[in-house]
Ligand binder design. Structure first.
Ligand SMILES: [Mg+2]
Ligand SMILES: [Zn+2]
Length: 216
């Protein structure tokens, strides 16, 4: 068995599935809005071949904190995640688990002043990416310590990549929609050797497989 465990945490919206600012679960009929992005399943299966690997989905779901969307409760957000994991399972890939953050921080609220919020869910929680709460939960679920893990985080946003860097892991960016704000922020990481700018999901997986063997 490989000495180090490889843990790969993958963002949900815009990385595993199509994201059209749905805030899945906000409306009834959310199931039919779920679209797995091309080549994701095939390439997840490649990741699974890495010895001693664990693969998790981690997702910020600040919509849970939005009062205007009463259907999107934390329970509903979990149901959405579980359903997504089931869809992958039907296609032959099983995640080791998932974690979600159902909070909005004051900065998120400030950027979207037209919505009303559930006060108790607006906080500076420790689980929202790029903070490390969900990474710690992953380590705990795997029964390992950070020093015994090679960590990768894959995502379409700066906050996903920052999560990896904050955990002293490797961040992999896969652009989804080329939002200017995201591009501008990613630009600041251009020279960071712990960041990989992937063209697509396949490229991200290829990078991980290569890096993993180089360092083992
Ligand atoms: Mg995303
Ligand atoms: Zn949180």
């Amino acid at each position: 068995m490989a000495r180090l465990k490889t843990i790969i945490c993958i963002d949900r919206d815009g990385t595993l599935i199509y994201d059209d600012k749905y805030h899945l679960g906000r409306t009834n009929g959310w199931k039919k809005l779920i679209k797995i992005l091309p080549s994701v399943v095939t390439n997840l299966k490649q990741l699974r071949k890495i010895p001693n690997v664990a693969i998790y989905m981690i997702t910020n779901q600040p919509g849970v904190a939005v009062k205007d969307w009463p259907l999107l409760t934390e329970d509903r957000a979990h149901k959405v995640c579980q359903h997504i994991l089931r869809l992958f399972e039907e296609k032959g890939f099983t995640f080791d688990g998932y974690f979600l953050c159902g909070h909005a921080n004051p900065a998120y609220m400030k950027r979207r002043p037209n919505r009303t919020y559930i006060k108790s869910r607006v906080c500076n929680c420790g689980c929202v990416k790029p903070r490390l709460g969900m990474i710690f939960k992953t380590l705990k679920a795997e029964g390992v310590q950070r020093k015994d893990v090679r960590l990768f985080v894959i995502g379409d946003r700066y906050s996903d990549v920052k999560t990896a860097l904050n955990a002293k892991g490797t961040g992999i960016h896969i652009p989804f929609k080329n939002e200017k704000e995201q591009q501008r922020k990613m630009e600041t990481l251009k020279k960071n050797k712990n960041v990989y700018f992937a063209r697509d999901f396949k490229d991200a997986v290829k990078f991980i497989v290569k890096k993993r063997y180089r360092n083992d």
